[in-house]
Write a protein that binds this ligand. Structure first.
Ligand SMILES: *Cc1c(COP(=O)(O)O)cnc(C)c1O
Length: 400
């Protein structure tokens, strides 16, 4: 079989062997319910406590501040709706950005339908939120600011220290979606003023369907699910023990190897960016250096369609994505690239390449070579490219 090179780690990642091994016993030998009082129940409860402690420590938080959920989507819904609901008598204004993940944006859209007022902050051409705009837009009735940390599509890492500071000064709660940055960028809730943090397992070589919401001690929130009172009465339902154990292990491994893996991915990322930008009519979306996620590359290739690049690369064994996984099946141009000032045509010609700790130098070199070949072929065929050449030709003639 043809070797496949997976460069879509922003969509999801392979489960680590260490994580898989840790999860296995909880399907067959130790399948107890963590709420049961017998021995099997105690084993499950202790495994869950251990995972909660690993995740709490990874953020420098306390165990009671970690609520397990079914993933990033649920944590974001919980944080935003839970805070909006509980504070509705205090105010109904919330602030977010134009570049959030769909599960944040659509939660805010729903809140609008329920009578809340939402401000969607603009971003600059690199994807950074304007801190002055944020400062000026906070009102007495503003109850929450929600800004993504490391961006899933373009890799831009927001200055959450600065955003947290502004929110604290203005006495507004601050939530961040850290699904992409978790264990790639250090996060310390004692140093950064952040009240709620969304994280999940499947972006860090853990299983799908499990995540967590960090809620700072003392912050009140409306429970997400009512029932048996699990997760400190905030999110009832029988605990997903194997998933939670896998999440804990994936966080432990990722934190343990963070320095080494981040460094490796950064170097490969920069090599590939340099290589791809040698092609004419290409542009990197987002920023460079430490303010970009170590595993993210997003490039616009003028005159071609991202979907066409993706399909051709797939035939050659290289798996990439156009924009974020959730929107890549729709034909609407990326709301993120549009907010950053790209025209619809350019947004359509963009691909996202996301690395993992398993990506090798050879993978990168092979993929870059194939990407360049594919772009060259597609540009030769492209009506967009042909139109442009004809236009230049006409302009040249006029010039004469
Ligand atoms: C993947 C992702 C989510 C959604 O998380 P799920 O666990 O898949 O529900 C939310 N936000 C960001 C930034 C993500 O990358």
């Amino acid at each position: 079989m043809q070797k496949r090179i997976y460069l879509d780690n922003g969509a999801t990642t392979r489960v680590d062997d260490e994580v898989f091994d840790e999860m296995l016993p909880f399907f067959k030998e130790n399948y107890g319910n963590a709420a049961s009082l017998h021995s099997q129940g105690v084993v499950a409860d202790e495994a869950m406590k251990k995972a909660r402690n690993i995740i709490a420590k990874s953020l420098n938080a306390s165990d009671e501040e970690i609520i397990f959920t079914s993933g990033g989507t649920e944590s974001n819904n919980f944080a935003i709706k839970g805070i909006a609901q509980l504070n509705k008598n205090k105010g109904k204004h919330l602030i977010t950005t134009k570049i959030e993940h769909d599960c944040v944006l659509n939660t805010f859209k729903w809140l609008e339908s329920q009578g809340y007022q939402i401000t969607y902050l603009n971003v600059d051409s690199k994807g950074f939120v304007n801190l002055e705009e944020l400062k000026n837009i906070i009102r007495p009735d503003t109850i929450l600011v929600s800004v993504i940390h490391g961006h899933n599509e373009v890799g831009t890492i927001q200055d959450i220290d600065a955003i947290g500071k502004i929110c604290k000064e203005k006495n507004v709660l601050f939530h961040t979606d850290a699904c992409q940055s978790y264990t790639k960028v250090e996060m310390d809730v004692k140093k950064t003023n952040v009240d709620l943090i969304t994280i999940n397992a499947h972006k860090i070589h853990g299983p799908k369907g499990v995540g967590a919401l960090y809620i700072k001690k003392g912050i009140e929130i409306t429970p997400l699910l009512h029932g048996g009172g699990q997760e400190f009465k905030l999110r009832s339902g029988t605990s997903n023990i194997s998933g939670i154990v896998g999440f804990g292990k994936s966080a432990e491994v990722a934190i343990r190897d963070m320095k080494k893996n981040v460094e490796k991915m950064k170097n490969l990322r920069d090599d590939m960016i340099t290589d791809l930008l040698k092609m004419p009519h290409t542009e990197l979306n987002g920023t460079i250096g430490d303010e970009r996620l170590c595993n993210n590359i997003n490039i616009t290739f003028d005159f071609v369609e991202g979907e066409a690049i993706l399909m051709h690369l797939d035939m050659l064994g290289v798996e990439v994505s156009t924009g974020s996984a959730c929107s890549s099946k729709s034909l609407k141009p990326s709301h993120v690239l549009t907010a950053m000032g790209k025209h619809a045509e350019q947004a359509h010609g963009s691909i996202r390449i996301t690395l993992s700790k398993y990506t090798s130098k050879k993978d990168i070199e092979f993929s870059a070579k194939k990407i360049k070949e594919v772009i060259t072929i597609l540009r030769k065929l492209s009506p967009l490219s042909a139109r442009r050449t004809a236009k230049n030709f006409r302009e040249d003639k006029h010039g004469n």
